[in-house]
Design a protein. Structure first.
Length: 119
């Protein structure tokens, strides 16, 4: 476990540009007051982003996730996280780069947020 905490700390320090962009969108309760954490250890895994009160994990995937081995590993990992009660939402890095508004809208939908409440 101590190894995962150290690794998570290192991953936070060396975030990809996509992780930095997503983090700017959700950090400090900016996303409808929800608390997100990044590079969070769960069991033997470290998830990119987690909103514990919504039981939501957000993973940002680059091209390395598109090999048969990585697809199988991600499937096993996702099944483990789902067994712990989490919803796992995955975005490709190009979605963060090219369609951050779409990512935002999907996050709103999955979190069950009404961005335009009746007054």
């Amino acid at each position: 476990m101590k190894k995962n905490v150290s690794l998570a700390r290192n991953l936070r320090k060396n975030a990809t540009s996509q992780e930095q962009k997503f983090w700017q969108m959700v950090r400090n309760h900016k996303f409808f007051g929800l608390e997100f954490r990044r590079q969070y250890p769960i069991g033997d895994y470290i998830v990119d982003f987690i909103c514990r009160n919504k039981k939501l994990i957000v993973e940002l995937d680059g091209g390395q996730h598109n090999t048969p081995e990585a697809i199988e590993y991600d499937k096993i990992r996702t099944n483990f996280l789902k067994s712990k009660g989490y919803t796992v939402l995955r975005f490709w890095n190009f979605e963060i780069d090219d369609n951050i508004d779409g990512v935002y809208e999907k996050l709103v939908e999955v979190c069950g947020i009404n961005p335009h409440p009746k007054i």
